[in-house]
Design a protein around this ligand. Structure first.
Ligand code: HEM
Length: 459
């Protein structure tokens, strides 16, 4: 039986964009003559802009961009208030809608409260230990095949290579598709959607990214619609088949359209975040050969105990690998800013913030606050030992968000990162060009501007 589509009655429909008068009592810049210019400045140097605003105005300030006026709240207390959302003040759907609604509607981040709770619970079957074990087998196989093809002599660009690998792995673990022309066509359509999600031109005019994104969505939706009847009532070791057969707490299956929307969204949520985080991890290991060596020793020891490929039982033993991944996520969080919209007035640090405000929290800034992270620019995975973590604010490290919308795929992300390190640093050395320093374009999802040139000689 199919579940009826439910829309959450709690979300107001009468929220208006803020005017300057609504936020005039807050610290922050005065209205710009050309507000688009503010967006351009921000896109050029998001971290610099937020740092300057923080230094000038403190942790609560109004900000203006081409969408209009909003409010930024910085620091762990702000993250806790907004992400934990105890008093149900903040809507995730209304925060993300302007970016995601056109191509990834009705994904988990575009739901709130009871509707979100029910759907999240239903989808979480795909992330239980048994299916995760099956995904690991696919990841190990795909990673081994691809890393073996990467050149051991000469330079390569890491970012496009890991992007392609992550896509190919998703075809297997998300869709259960064997490698081949079908998987390649899916990957192309999916990439068009992802690129369009952050396109400046938001209408699907001819020759625009948005047009290609809309066509990509039509292709993906048709693919899922064709496949759903074949996957219902079957068992399968991929996320798609799991979701086709997932029942909610009343024993109902998701509708075809709900499955299509969740699958499109899940693939988007996983893809660029994994690509970005594995890129910064490899970059920091390239810059810190001493750490690379420590991780290699750990991998060698685990391999001596468990052999190859990496079994699920050994994941917990890759402790240094996990800490290094966490540190890379701190330095370059794949989701640098998390948007919400206030559906009620609220107070924070003595400031009254009006209903309707777009409220942004900022992992990128929080992760660089020296009061929580001494010498914040330094790569130091030992920050994540139990001892060093004790006493740190729970919301000082938020690469996966927090509260009800905390990343559903975070264990999948750890697993892919470990499987990748097991193979890569088990077999190769990561060497950066002499004197190289990466420059990351931080928004919408961080990536090295030059694709990260790298050498991967055999060890
Ligand atoms: C290093 C990799 C990843 C990072 C840094 C990351 C980060 C995030 C963040 C910050 C959020 C919360 C956004 C918000 O509160 O508005 C989120 C949500 C989500 N992520 Fe991830 N993610 C990663 C990988 C993945 C993977 C691999 C998957 C799927 C396999 C995934 C699936 C999701 C889903 C479904 C949500 C929405 C959860 C909800 O709204 O209940 N993510 N992720």
């Amino acid at each position: 039986m199919n579940a009826p589509v439910r829309h959450d009655e709690l979300l107001p429909t009468d929220l208006k964009p803020l005017r300057f008068e609504d936020v005039a009592h807050l610290p922050g810049p005065m209205p710009a003559r050309l507000r688009t210019w503010r967006t351009v400045q921000f896109l050029r140097d998001p971290r610099g802009v937020i740092e300057r605003l923080y230094e000038t105005y403190g942790p609560v300030f109004r900000r203006q961009d081409h969408f209009g006026w909003g409010v930024t709240l910085l620091g762990p207390e702000a993250n806790e208030l907004v992400l934990f959302n105890r008093d149900r003040i903040f809507s995730s759907k209304l925060g993300w809608d302007p970016v995601l609604d056109q191509l990834f509607p009705n994904g988990l981040m575009l739901m709130d409260f009871e509707q979100h709770r029910m759907h999240r619970k239903t989808l979480s079957v795909a992330f239980k230990p048994a299916p995760m074990k099956a995904y690991l087998a696919g990841l190990n196989e795909g990673i081994a095949r691809t890393v073996a093809r990467w050149p051991a002599a000469g330079q390569m660009r890491f970012y496009p290579a890991i992007k392609e690998l992550t896509l190919d792995l998703a075809a297997g673990s998300f869709l259960g598709e064997p490698w081949g022309p079908q998987a390649r066509a899916i990957n192309r359509a999916f990439m068009d959607m992802v690129l369009a999600a952050v396109a400046v031109v938001r209408r699907p005019l001819p020759f625009t990214r948005m047009r290609r994104g809309v066509q990509g969505r039509a292709f993906m939706s048709a693919y899922f619609a064709r496949e759903i009847p074949r996957r219902r009532g079957r068992s399968g070791d991929d996320i798609f088949t799991q979701i086709c057969n997932a029942e909610d707490e009343h024993g109902r299956l998701l509708t075809d359209q709900e499955i299509i929307d969740h699958m499109n969204f899940l693939m988007m949520a996983a893809h660029d975040t994994l690509t970005s985080s594995l890129t910064s991890l490899v970059y920091y290991l390239g810059r810190n050969p001493d750490w690379q060596e420590r991780l290699r020793n750990e991998v060698d020891q685990v391999r001596a105990r468990h052999g190859d490929p990496l079994p699920v039982e050994a994941l917990g033993e890759l402790e240094l690998c996990e800490m290094a991944f966490k540190e890379a996520l701190r330095l370059v969080p794949p989701v640098p800013m998390i948007p919400r919209r206030a559906i009620r007035d609220f107070e924070f640090m003595g400031y009254r913030i009006p209903r309707g405000a777009g409220v942004g929290v900022n992992p990128m800034m929080t992760h660089m606050m020296p009061e929580h992270w001494p010498e914040p620019e330094r790569f130091d995975p030992l920050r994540f030992t139990t001892q060093m973590s004790a006493g740190r604010h729970k919301y000082a490290w938020v690469p996966f968000g927090g509260g009800a919308h905390m990343c559903l795929g975070l264990h999948f992300a750890y697993m892919q990162a470990k499987a990748f390190l097991y193979r890569l640093i088990g077999e190769r050395r990561i060497v950066l060009p002499e004197g190289y320093e990466a420059r990351f374009q931080m928004v919408p999802i961080p990536r090295p501007k030059d694709g990260l040139p790298i050498f991967l000689p055999h060890r």
